[in-house]
Write a protein that binds this ligand. Structure first.
Ligand code: SF4
Length: 217
């Protein structure tokens, strides 16, 4: 589908998508706040950065759990893995350890990467349209739960971020709760932390699971 046709289709869907996402949100069960609080507290208590990140990622999974069955995300659908993915240095270290991939430390004084510049470029951990590091994927991927009826609005073309905002689950409340523990962490795009990895270069299957974001196959 060419870019103009895609944009026309997305614009025509915009209102319906917002209404559907609202319906889904209203019908959704509440997340397990007790468990989430316990995980956040454990994360705050530990002085091991790796453990803290793993606890925060587990808490993120618990937060989105009620929404995941309502998402249209399916195995092999990886549009969200073709846009900017921001993660903290601690998450990048966790990802490097889990994947065995060498990582770089970006120059954090540089201006952040323009999301439009990477729109349409696959994440370095996307292999055969699947996340090769599913169990260690960053918080940004875990919290991205689309609530439309299909993936139309998630589609992007190279150099063009999505035209119509995807109605994602609102995770700001969780992000605020977790942010306090990540304030000292510099942030960059996943491609800046792993510049030497080209998509499709995975040489092992550890952690390989589904497509991106939250939904398992
Ligand atoms: S889900 Fe996996 S492949 Fe997709 S953007 Fe996140 S880390 Fe990359």
């Amino acid at each position: 589908m060419d870019h103009d046709t895609l944009v026309q289709g997305q614009l025509a869907r915009a209102e319906e998508a917002v209404a559907l996402a609202r319906q889904k949100t209203e019908a959704m069960a509440m997340p397990d706040t007790q468990r989430i609080q316990a995980l956040l507290k454990s994360a705050a208590r530990t002085n091991r950065p790796g453990k803290r990140i793993r606890l925060l990622l587990e808490a993120a999974d618990a937060y989105v759990a009620p929404a995941v069955p309502l998402a249209p995300c399916r195995q092999g659908c990886a549009h969200c893995c073709h846009q900017s993915v921001q993660l903290t240095l601690a998450e990048a270290r966790n990802l490097a350890e889990a994947s065995g991939s060498p990582m770089s430390i970006p120059d954090f004084q540089e201006p952040p990467l323009d999301p439009a510049a990477v729109a349409g470029t696959p994440c370095p951990f996307l292999v055969d349209n699947r996340c090769s590091v599913y169990l260690a994927r960053p918080m940004a991927c875990r919290l991205l739960v689309a609530l439309d009826r299909d993936e139309l609005l998630c589609r992007i073309t190279p150099g063009h971020p999505s035209t119509v905002p995807v109605p994602y689950l609102d995770t700001r409340q969780f992000q605020l709760a977790a942010a306090a523990q990540l304030l000292d962490q510099p942030v960059a795009d996943i491609r800046q932390f792993f510049p030497s990895r080209a998509p499709g270069t995975l040489d092992h299957d550890a952690g390989r699971h589904s497509s991106g974001c939250a939904r398992e196959p």
